[in-house]
Design a protein around this ligand. Sequence first.
Ligand SMILES: NC(=O)c1ccc[n+]([C@@H]2O[C@H](COP(=O)([O-])OP(=O)(O)OC[C@H]3O[C@@H](n4cnc5c(N)ncnc54)[C@H](O)[C@@H]3O)[C@@H](O)[C@H]2O)c1
Length: 325
Amino acid sequence: MTRLGQAGLGAWGKNLARNFDEIADLAWLCDADESRRQEFAARYPSARVTGDFEELLADPELEAVAVATPVPTHYELAKLALEAGKHVFVEKPPAMRAHEMEELCDLAEERDLVLMPGHLLLYHPAVNMLKRLVDGGDLGDVLCVYSNRQNLGVIRRHENALLSLGVHDLSVILYLLEEEPTEVWAHGNAFLNEGVEDIVFCYLRFPSGKIAHMHLSWLDPHKMRKITVVGREKMVVFDDMELERKVTVYDKAPWHPSATWGEWQTRSGDIFSPKVPNDEPLRLECTHFLELVAGEGDRRKAARDGLLVVQALEALQASLVAAPA
Ligand SMILES: NC(=O)c1ccc[n+]([C@@H]2O[C@H](COP(=O)([O-])OP(=O)(O)OC[C@H]3O[C@@H](n4cnc5c(N)ncnc54)[C@H](O)[C@@H]3O)[C@@H](O)[C@H]2O)c1
């Protein structure tokens, strides 16, 4: 079993710890907060608990580290762990700037270590289904992908809605389209905490002409977790708020009948919901990390795909800051 340590035992870290405890040897727990340390020491009595990340890294038997601390700390902690020769799973995004992520990728490659960003949605069975539909040509040419990730809360103080929420959708959009955007725009505003945008609208355009949009907000009456893919032949929606009907395929499309002398019409056919396995995405993600550590799969690709996400994020963030309020 992989001997693993985890830094960051907050709202999300507890889910990671639960999974790693079940499928790895969760040997170390680290958090800057004393009360969190006490809580987790009681929950995982066989793990060693510390407030000092370097103490965990000094364990020569420790093979891997999971980082679930606030976003601005990811780069520094991931770098320390890689320098100490540990495989790293780091919550999204692993770095806030592309040159930092590039440095982490280089470091991991030089030392043949795993650097896996926590792009949870890529392990969601519904996203895998979207990918199969896109790659299998079921939708025809994909024209547009757009996402809605809105709710009232959780209001973050350190990272804006783009960094906190948008990174999920961005990872899926890049995974589905396999292209890097040539044009990106982001507009938004910080209403509650200075410099931390609560509502962000993003637009991306790709070399093939495909376009994408993301509506990201924690100031919204709707709880929405939705990704829509518009193809020329069919359209598909992944709605993560649905318990059973996570994916819906619409046989709807524009139509160019010869009798209308070039005028576009539309057609509507069947609407159906393919069965999506109920596996926990986080369990699949943690398992994939351990497989990479064990030498299975493409560890270099996992890190480099993460770099593409950080590059797009950085370009969006630059546009957001430059945009007039
Ligand atoms: N994949 C997902 O779906 C998902 C969901 C929620 C959050 N996240 C990510 O998980 C990370 C944590 O989010 P959260 O909601 O748990 O935040 P949180 O604030 O609840 O927890 C963060 C914890 O990290 C600790 N911490 C801060 N700096 C530290 C340091 N230098 N060393 C050790 N501990 C430190 C804090 O004391 C706190 O307990 C973020 O990167 C967030 O983006 C991912």
